[in-house]
Design a protein around this ligand. Structure first.
Ligand code: ADP
Ligand code: MG
Length: 724
């Protein structure tokens, strides 16, 4: 049997359904449908009585008879179809907004149906919107398979008769055909000794059972086998790539510690390094002098002093005759780094320049010349750095600040700016939970700055409501009168993310000053302006001065306002999340976050990190509306109870799942279909260690033709993109 056959040949599919499957799920062949795994199983013996449905049921299976079908016009060519399902214990309403015609023509009253879906209460009525529904008679062949697979489907699929039950029937047909054929069809891909050691069932058996398990126990075995396989190959990809890089790729050798580094260390450094900073610098030096190319992630909580570490490593590169660059995600941040560097390096014989999108053409041209002939030693900038016409004479070290803001291709482009790949240092304050780091960064060496500079006191965090505002403001007044400064942050104006983030073409749109386009952008902008007015009426000029910064300002306007605040000319900075990363004004002592319920945990943590950067006590005040959802409450509670970035990251992972964690969107860990890096930590460890031992014993995989095969197949997909 050929698994690469077109799906339309499969019984029960046909050309029309094949088209929908391809469009909606990318399923084209028999193999594709086999790979489309159920996301849950329904035990037929546990059909619930309708009366027992509860609010927190995320999915129910009920059966009953239909009555009272009604269509309501909700607009030109739009309608809403409802029908009641009754099972003797109670009613639940089934609702359709789309595909109503199809449903109306097929559903019959007085016939028993099996219905599945997510229940919700609307206007005091229990409902299931767009349920999966089919006549009970067509389901009741079930004695053989007590557990019914449930597949994700789309509304479009349901409208074409491709609900989860239909998919289940299609896979069943296929599985029957496969199990009756003699040829292996689903070949094994894990080596024998590993199967034996971990007592895993064969791939073929697992693939069939994962769709139609005979028992709970068999299902568990099948899932274990498939999860193992998934994590194993992820680890193999990473670790094999790592091995290749370490053994093959040439790196520059920065062997000596030169004049710049030494003079900086002896004369310029404004404070003693923390133990953690010293250790990390040592680790980096170690890397850069071995002759292999460095690919290192430096994690350090906000305020841990990553900038200084980066600066000193860049001096090392320059001391060894290379150029270095630092790429920051926003113009504000790049500019700030530039001033910090210039100030700290004042008096040393070194040329540091800034390149951002708002640099004028003439200056830009000159800068590029100096870069190409080596006159510039250190270049700091935004994604303007990666434009094709920016050429270095000899780029030896690339530092990427706040890496989660950059897309994969952007990093790859920097990498290509040099014949011999430059050393790469990626710095992030977004703490990554350990399991995740283990999975994600198989090919990245990690350093952690796990110590804050001495004398820092943890920021005190409080939760306040609108009715507490007078007290909050009088507290701000006290702080300002005592000579401190204050941030008040409002939720994002839509589109800011583009501007500061991943997309370079939109990236420098700052200067267009475009009007907000969506409704929510308008709302946010209005919010911000109302906020500013309120602040200014409470803190009147000229006694109190206020700055405002948001993503709609031009880069110059932003820089101007930031600078005024930084120099202490204004007391209050009203801003959106443009100031989220890296901004450093040690005199600021209070961070007020408005509508804090709208921010994610890592964002709240980042924002809070803007204060408490000096020796004095700092405060963070989370303003929210009164009634908060469960997860918002949990986020606020977490923030008030800890300042430890790792704990916050773990809480974030728990509350949201890895899919939402910033910066992980393009990483392989999210392509995981079965395994979960949260719940399957032991398995992550086991596969990591297994792969490690295997590669130590047999680096070329000579004894494992199956694994060699896998490497050959995945090579094309594994650019360095996945690596960092
Ligand atoms: P982040 O890791 O968040 O990027 P920064 O590099 O911006 O942190 O440093 C935060 C603040 O701490 C800065 O004001 C910096 O000058 C200061 N700092 C850095 N290292 C030390 C140190 N070893 N001792 C005292 N202050 C330090
Ligand atoms: Mg920083």
């Amino acid at each position: 049997m050929d698994l690469y056959k077109d799906i339309s040949y499969l019984k029960g599919v046909g050309p029309a359904k094949a088209k929908v499957l391809a469009a909606e799920l990318g399923i084209r062949t028999y193999a594709d449908i086999l790979d489309y795994l159920p996301f849950r199983y329904v035990d037929r013996s546990v059909i619930s009585p309708i009366s027992s449905i509860r609010e927190d049921d995320s999915f129910v299976v009920v059966k009953g008879v239909l009555s009272n079908m009604q269509t309501l016009a909700t607009g030109p060519r739009r309608e809403r179809l409802t029908v009641d399902l009754f099972d003797g214990s109670g009613y639940i309403q089934l609702v359709w907004f789309a595909g109503t015609k199809w449903v109306r023509e097929r559903l019959k009253t007085n016939v028993e149906y099996l219905v599945m879906g997510k229940p919700a209460v609307f206007n005091n009525v229990w409902q299931i919107t767009h349920p999966d529904i089919e006549p009970l008679s067509s389901v009741d062949d079930g004695a053989r398979h007590p557990l019914m697979p449930v597949y994700h489907t789309t509304d479009k699929m349901k409208q074409h008769g491709l609900g989860t039950r239909a998919l289940a029937r299609i896979t069943e047909t296929l599985i029957l055909a496969i199990s009756q054929s003699d040829s292996p069809t689903i070949p094994e891909n894990l080596p024998d000794d590993i199967l034996r050691h971990f007592r895993l069932i064969p791939r073929r058996e697992a693939m069939l059972a994962v769709h139609y398990p005979d028992s709970r126990q068999q299902l568990d075995q099948a899932r274990l086998r498939l999860k193992f396989e998934e994590l194993f190959f992820l680890q193999l990809d990473y670790q094999y790539a790592h091995l290749q890089r370490v053994s093959r790729s040439q790196g520059r050798i920065f062997a000596h510690v030169g004049l710049l580094f030494n003079r900086f260390y002896k004369e310029k450094i404004p404070f003693p390094l923390t133990g953690a900073q010293k250790r990390v610098i040592r680790e980096i030096r170690e890397d850069m002098r071995t002759g292999r190319q460095m690919n290192r992630l430096v994690q350090g909580d906000v305020g841990s002093g990553k900038t200084l570490v980066a600066l000193m490593c860049m001096l090392l590169a320059v001391d060894n005759g290379s150029q270095a660059c630092l790429m920051a995600p926003t113009e504000i941040l790049a500019t700030q780094h530039f001033y910090t560097f210039s100030r700290m390096l004042d008096g040393l014989d070194i040329n540091v320049q800034l390149l951002t999108g708002s640099l004028r053409a003439a200056s830009k041209k000159k800068l590029k010349e100096q870069l190409a002939n080596g006159e510039i030693h250190i270049l700091i900038g935004t994604h303007a750095l990666i434009e094709d016409d920016v050429a270095f004479r000899d780029l030896g070290l690339v530092v990427i600040d706040e890496q989660h803001r950059f897309g994969v291709e952007q990093r790859a482009k920097l990498w290509q700016k040099s014949l011999v790949p430059p050393h790469i240092l990626v710095m992030t304050a977004t703490p990554i939970p350990r399991t995740l780091a283990m999975t994600l960064y198989g090919d990245l060496d990690c350093s952690v700055i796990d110590e804050l500079p001495p004398g820092r006191q943890p920021v005190r965090t409080y939760h306040r409501l609108e009715r507490n505002r007078p007290l909050v403001f009088s507290f701000l007044k006290q702080q300002i009168d005592a000579g401190r400064q204050v941030y008040i942050v409002y939720p994002l104006i839509e589109g800011e993310r583009d501007r500061s983030g991943a997309n370079p073409s939109k990236g420098e749109r700052d200067r267009s000053g475009a009007n907000p386009s969506t409704q929510s952008e308008k709302m946010d902008l209005k919010n911000l302006q109302d906020g500013l007015e309120m602040v200014q009426s409470y803190f009147p000029r000229p006694q109190y001065q206020t700055s405002m910064v948001h993503g709609r300002l031009t880069a110059e306007e932003k820089a101007f306002e930031m600078d005024r605040f930084k120099r202490g000319l204004t007391h209050i900075m009203v801003a959106t999340t443009v100031i989220e990363v890296g901004v450093d004004v040690p005199n600021a002592s209070v961070m007020v976050i408005e509508n804090a319920e709208r921010f994610g945990l890592s964002q709240l943590h980042q924002l809070r990190g803007r204060v408490g950067r000096g020796a004095d006590q700092a405060y963070c005040i989370l303003m929210t509306k009164d009634d908060l959802s469960y997860t918002s409450q949990e986020r606020i509670r977490t923030m008030c109870s800890t300042t430890d970035g790792f704990q916050i990251a773990e809480a974030d992972l728990r509350l949201r799942g890895p899919g939402d964690i910033q910066g992980l969107q393009q990483s392989g860990a999210l392509d995981l279909r079965l395994a979960s890096i949260v719940d399957d930590e032991p398995l992550v460890k086991a596969t990591r260690d297994t792969v490690h031992d295997l590669l130590v014993a047999d680096p070329t995989l000579a004894r494992y033709p199956l694994l060699q095969q896998h490497i050959a197949n995945s090579k094309n997909k594994m650019l360095w993109g996945k690596i960092s």
